[in-house]
Design a protein around this ligand. Structure first.
Ligand code: GLY
Length: 394
């Protein structure tokens, strides 16, 4: 399918490597803006098909919190600024996605309630809230009674909480499925294959053939690498970028409410339990996501210890969790970077575009990443909030 224009050897205006929320959001918007787009991912085109080496798996394992305020920590003000830009943009992007596909993504707007279980947890939450106030973020302190009035299933001993009204959440699996449907409807071609090497104008991949994998070369005017943690394994990605990306394992649980039990929580809850952090993300359909571990590991085993620890802390924070049905435990690899910020931009002059390293914020940043990469593809500058996150900083 030759692209428009004089360049007759070029098959696509843009090839995107990676079929997670980042790559698929970029693909949808690029196709919608009139470009011919090919997306290469080893997961193929079906939700659930993700394997160990794809960005797709992290998008599916994620919880779907869109929490710039509740995820903000000391020393990451530039990332916070980007995340605030992202949470502003997300609802309109999501609305367009739902309209384009007729699919609901389960966006929720009730905010995040951070809660403290004991006095030490309350002191830590207070320090974090002071910091958030000092940089102008809205986070409302609540005493124990106010906190439990908002979420009556919290443990009776809950000491207090802080409400971040601006935080959102989305059902990440429905969101990914909607992005895939929107991309396909906009004309994005999907190639199931393992990317072996990238350049500024071509991608080499191994695709299934009748007698085993076949090596193919796909030419294009632009190449975007959006392969999550696997970006570091792809030949042709500049070493400074691949060396800055590392997998950070997260294990996470999905529980379900049995018939007759009301949904235990109405908003995202981040609990500090005897010095340990965990989060709960409720869905309207009765799913409750509980996460997550944070491990410097490169495997996707679900371990007995992690499941135990998550369930133990979940039950301390919200005792009725023990009544829920255990639906799933899964593990994903977040694409961490050496400064916790994403990497977005051309790796050199007019070369390869990298959109990776979204670490704990991939779902949140997907819409503004699609905007920024499309700005680059059309010769424009991304939003200024992206300026600190160019590949050149490494
Ligand atoms: N953003 C939540 C996590 O990475 O676990």
């Amino acid at each position: 399918m030759p692209a428009k224009g004089a360049d007759r050897d070029v098959d696509a205006d843009v090839i995107i490597v990676g079929g997670g929320v980042i790559g698929t959001a970029i693909a949808w918007r690029a196709a919608r803006s009139g470009l011919t787009v090919t997306l290469v991912d080893s997961a193929g085109d079906g939700p659930g098909a993700g394997d160990h080496r794809t960005a797709n798996q992290a998008s599916r394992v994620a919880a779907g919190m869109l929490g710039p305020v509740s995820e903000s920590v000391f020393g990451e003000e530039q990332l916070l600024n980007l995340n605030l830009h992202a949470v502003d943009r997300f609802p309109s992007f999501n609305r367009e996605l739902e309209q384009a596909t007729g699919k609901s993504t389960g966006l929720r707007t009730e905010g995040t309630l951070a809660v403290a279980y004991d006095n030490g947890d309350l002191a830590a939450l207070d320090r974090l809230t002071d910091f958030r106030h000092s940089i102008g973020l809205a986070a409302e302190r609540l005493d124990a009674r106010q906190t439990r009035r908002l979420e009556p299933f919290l443990a009776p001993s809950t000491r207090g909480g802080v409400l971040a009204q601006g935080d959102l959440s989305v059902d990440n699996r429905r969101y990914l499925a909607a992005l895939q449907a929107a991309a396909a409807a906009a004309g994005v071609q999907t190639v199931a294959g393992t990317v072996l090497m990238v350049g500024a104008r071509q991608v080499e991949a191994a695709v299934p053939g009748p007698d085993g994998p076949v090596r193919i070369t796909l030419p294009a005017r632009n190449v975007v690498v959006a392969a999550g943690h696997a970006t570091r394994d792809i030949a042709g990605v500049p070493l400074a970028v691949s060396g800055a990306i590392r997998p950070v394992k997260g294990q996470i649980l999905r529980l379900r409410h049995p018939g007759g039990l009301p949904n235990l929580l109405t908003r995202t809850v981040r609990a500090m339990v005897q010095g340990r952090d965990l989060y709960f993300v409720p869905r309207e359909d009765g799913e409750l996501v509980v996460g997550a571990t944070q491990e410097e590991r490169d495997d996707r085993w679900v371990t007995a210890g992690a499941v135990h620890d998550l369930l133990r802390d979940a039950e301390i924070a919200v005792p009725a969790v023990s009544e829920l049905v255990f639906a799933e435990a899964s593990a994903g690899l977040r694409p961490g970077t050496s400064d916790n910020g994403p990497v977005l931009g051309r790796a050199d002059g007019d070369g390869l575009i990298v959109a990776a390293g979204h670490y704990r914020n991939g779902i949140l940043l997907s819409a503004v990443t699609a905007d920024a990469v499309n700005a680059l593809l059309h010769g424009r500058e991304p939003h200024p909030a992206w300026h600190p996150f160019t590949p050149g900083r490494f």
